[in-house]
Write a protein that binds this ligand. Structure first.
Ligand code: GLN
Length: 486
């Protein structure tokens, strides 16, 4: 039982159910792993060992029908007694929630996000907080103000971002599963870099109550896991209507694990968006994507070329819409209500200005400035208003192709994990999200699934499957079938 930390949700749940080991043993194994590996990887910012073991004990008691009865509902949940790492922008009562920013240093959450209440009700253990780019702005986790996270497959490289801590924790076996968030690619790209499965649910599928807002028309919480089945199991607990988040519709939540049974690619129609197969693609990413296409075809999928004609505009639209929303969302960090307050101010305006100048890092400031600019009078219509119109065209592109195909297959990012410090220029960093941003703008679901390793450098690369909105069941089924033929 020495390497329990290596397990995913499905295997750990099976072992716990059979009584092969207890949740306390599983949690101890994860804690030991974190103690030895985290100093090298830097996935976690904090880990509440005592809290984790207490929750594990409560889960073991609940499984035996002992305990307070408050967890009786969790007794049949596959998450009962499973440690899940939490991205540091999701509120867990009594734990720090810093968004990897100095401005929130010392802030402790007074309440649980809905995704956390759901996880706790299912018996999951939420004790460790993982690193990220500050306020989820970035693609390498190098924008964290609180620590460095490296790629567990090559410690000289980035884990991706912004959910880099989540990806490094899953890929390096420092947890059983993790939660990330994705606004323009932040679950899918780090999942690709760290050999994980990363699912961005459709917009509104998962509640964002208690999740620090970056760009409210795009943000989604999703699972980062060791298998497609685990992503389905975790999504089951996260998804659904929440009275506290008006963007979650009353759509029924399918049984995602059941949707995986007998998964096959036979007769599945997969679209290859021609705008995603560009010249700038890294040759190894191209090779692995081509291999994935060939494997799908030989497993019986029908591969068809499709077009998403407004792909080229997506990056520009995103870098208007996301900063605009961020500039409004981040206005609440004023040195008065949360976190860092400047000690050098004599009046209230200076208090705001200095607290924000000291608390926010350079990328966050850049986004606030861009966002404020595109929303300012005289520019609003020319930038923000136009971006919204083009966004509608991008959404229509997806609606049209999903009348013809079951899923789209594309690269996740143009390259595998790059070296720490290698990408200095913000615009080059933004290009990481070329293939993930369009489906975020359209509100579709999309998943990154491991596709293999690069020759020579031996770095993991994922492929992206994009699904119709609210069809995570079908997307997961196709992803599962791909995982099996890979
Ligand atoms: N890298 C993108 C950005 O910096 C996406 C981030 C995200 O999805 N949170 O905006």
């Amino acid at each position: 039982m020495s390497e329990l930390y290596r397990l995913g949700i499905e295997e750990a749940a099976a072992g716990l159910a059979k009584g092969d080991f207890s949740s306390v043993e599983l949690t101890r194994s994860v804690i030991d792993r974190v103690r030895t590996e985290n100093p090298k990887i830097g996935a976690y910012l904090t880990f509440d060992e005592e809290g984790a073991l207490a929750a594990a004990k409560a889960a073991d008691d609940a499984r035996k029908g002992l305990g307070s009865g408050s967890m009786d509902g969790a007794r049949r949940s596959p998450l009962l007694g499973i440690p899940v790492a939490i991205k540091d922008l999701i509120n867990v009562k009594g734990q720090p929630c810093t968004c990897a920013s100095k401005i929130l240093e010392g802030y402790v959450s007074p309440y649980d996000a809905t995704v956390i209440s759901n996880l706790k009700a299912a018996g999951a253990i939420c004790a460790g907080r993982v690193n990220m780019d500050e306020f989820a702005m970035g693609s390498s986790t190098e924008n964290s103000a609180l620590g460095r996270t490296v790629n567990p497959y090559d410690v000289t490289r980035v884990p991706g971002g912004s959910s880099g801590g989540s990806a490094a924790a899953v890929g390096g076996d420092l947890c059983i599963a993790a939660l990330g968030t994705d606004t323009g690619g932040s679950i899918r790209q780090p999942a690709s870099f760290c050999n994980c499965v990363g699912l961005k649910p459709s917009y509104g599928r998962v509640s964002r109550y208690g999740v620090t807002a970056f760009a409210s028309s795009l943000d989604q919480v999703g699972p980062m896991t060791k298998s497609v089945t685990d992503a389905a199991l975790l999504l089951q607990v996260l998804a659904g209507r929440d009275e506290m988040d008006g963007t979650t519709p009353d759509e029924p939540v399918p049984d995602y694990a059941a949707a995986l049974a007998g998964a096959s690619l036979k007769g599945v129609k997969i679209g290859l968006p021609k705008e995603y197969f560009i010249d700038g693609l890294d040759p190894e990413v191209k090779r692995l994507t081509d291999e994935a296409i060939a494997k799908c075809a030989s497993a019986g999928a029908e591969m068809v070329e499709v077009s998403l004609p407004h792909t080229e505009q997506a990056m520009a639209v995103y870098y208007i819409v996301a900063p605009a929303e961020a500039s409004a969302n981040l206005a609440r960090f004023d040195g008065v209500r949360y976190g860092h307050r400047s000690g050098r101010s004599d009046d209230v305006f200076n208090l705001y200005a200095r607290s924000r100048a000291e608390g926010f890092g350079p990328e966050v400031k850049r986004r606030i400035i861009m966002g404020t600019y595109v929303l300012s009078s005289g520019y609003y219509d020319a930038y923000y208003g136009r971006a919204l119109k083009v966004r509608t065209l991008i959404r229509r592109d997806f609606e049209t192709v999903f009348g013809m195909v079951d899923a789209l297959l594309a690269p996740v990012a143009p390259t595998p994990a790059f070296r720490l410090g290698e990408v200095q220029d913000p615009l080059t960093m933004y290009l990481n999200d070329l293939f993930t941003i369009p489906s975020s703008l359209a509100g579709n679901c999309a998943i990154s699934v491991p596709a293999g390793f690069t020759a020579g450098t031996n770095l993991p690369v994922g492929i992206q499957l994009i699904g119709d909105a609210y069809r995570e069941d079908r997307l997961l089924r196709i992803a599962k079938a791909f995982e099996e033929v890979r």
